[in-house]
Design a binder for this molecule. Sequence first.
Ligand SMILES: [Zn+2]
Ligand SMILES: [Zn+2]
Length: 655
Amino acid sequence: MRAGLNDLTDVVLKKMMAVFTAGLAICLVVFCSSELVAQSAQKIYHNGKIITVNDTAPTAEAVAVRDGEILAVGSKTDVLRTSDEKTELVDLRGRTMLPGFVDAHGHVMGGGLQALSANLLSPPDGQVRDIPSLQQTLRDWMKDNRQAVEKVQLVVGFGYDNAQLAELRHPDRDDLDVLSTEVPIVLVHQSGHIISVNSKALELGGITKDSVNPAGGVIRRRQNSQEPNGVLEETAAFPLLFKLVGRVGPEGAAIFLRAGADRWASFGYTTAQDGRSMPDMVKIMQQVAAAGDLEIDVVAYPDVLVDRNVIKQEFNPNYKNRFRVGGAKLTIDGSPQGFTAWRDQPYYNPVGDYPPGYAGYPAAQAEQVIDAINWAFSNDLQILTHSNGEAASDLLIAAIEAARKVYPQKKLRPVLIHGQFLREDQVDSLQRLDIIPSLYPMHTFYWGDWHREHTVGPELADDISPTGWCVERGMRFTSHHDAPVANPNSMRVLDATVTRRSRSGDIIGPSHRVDVMTGIKAMTLWAAWQHFEEDRKGSIEVGKLADFVILDKDPTSIDVNTLDQIKVTETIKEGKTIYLMDTDRQGQNAPASNDPSFGKLLQAMSRPISDRDLANDQPPVLAASITPGCPTCVCGTLSQLVNAAAGSVGGKPEQ
Ligand SMILES: [Zn+2]
Ligand SMILES: [Zn+2]
């Protein structure tokens, strides 16, 4: 009897729910609308799994789109009610749809520059394992881009890492002279702080055996000689690098942005961040946006120590032509893998010439940090702060605590970027002070082994990017790639956040692994929330933007150890397909000669370098806009590099 009654109740309830849902659908579609007639769907996606990232209705069978927004989502029957004879039915063919990824922290313009250069990364992101394979990669790239090289008279390669090369050394001028003695070749180390050049580039830069090391830089020499060997560090590298790349000018910089946006879209990102913009870059981004050339949204955070006016004047909570300035960026310290993160205790076993007890150092003074945070709060601006070491995070927490006391009501969602070496008590402070942790679990893959052996040691390495402590506290966090430091590879971000598997296959901090849905939220809904965009983005719900990514597999139902092999097959921005996977080349650099934008780059770079005596050029424009506080931040170098291009011709002719 009881069972029978329950069954009956079930049936009645189900019927009531069906009537209610249908009624709701009709209400949403017709009666609740101001335009009663023109409310049928333009597109309906169906026949695949739809992961909505909406906890109240986690999956759906279909989603309807109209005017770039989500019109209906739910069962196929319900959603089909929004169709008419003109509605296009899009068959997902069993693939999985998610909300478009929102970039919690990256540098989209720097990513574009990288996309147009030779890829010198080591596996899995590139093919370079030793000096011969580095030479072969460059040889292939020069062949693929022969016309470009001939016209531009420049070869740029990005991302080699001496620690990943079999020879454990930097390539030198002899290694590169084999490739060309006529065209300057510049290779940028993955850290962005060291370059390796051939003899022609040294000649153009006027760097000889008589050159003295500049303050803060080193011209490395051949053994037992004063002759430069082609490897230039820090301030010895930047002027030459900026001069060579800066020659592309604003038009070239605009191409970097378009190439970066394309690259982000190819990994399913429908919102990209430019996480430390210089004033000239903001101008370029606005111009590209105004020309209607942005296919994804780009939100920029200009450097608060460089120019506060541009932040205050250009801040906009809404996108204009897919671009907006979202707030300010501050950098407190450097990179953990490069031993420049500012710690509260000595590094474990740093590689290099470090004094005993070396604990890194701040890149910004305490007064600068306190002043910048206070300025952001007093001007109602969100501030993103690069902070890796424990001491850097202590300073950030203290500065925000002080600002919160003065402005207790302000809801500005300050963000801590990276937080690689956070202590557990600091995570408590982040929760108490409503600071969003934007973490970087990709480090567990790329540098997990390095952290164990060198930076913090085996015990503390387990707690890098401590997502588990956030989950335990019920905190929202986001997960980022910091591209072009690494590729903007969304599935690698997800994989690292979920599995924390290192290059060698070890698990770095098993207790910090999170479930797949949490990993997805950290790249969608929570990342949208970080940008104050959760009303429009981050989940598949009625009224939000029709920003989607389509994956070839369902990340919630496969072996998590294969998450990194999932392919982004399609990216949709406001109902329009902007990326379709056509080959297996996803994530690789397409030959620039095949890239239609490269033709424009060539035009921008049309004056051959040999026309000029670079040694007699004025100091690079960059010198004026280099952040005084951030000599060691990886992303900083790339921002400055792109800005060199953005600002190099802007207004004043080169000499
Ligand atoms: Zn950073
Ligand atoms: Zn960054």
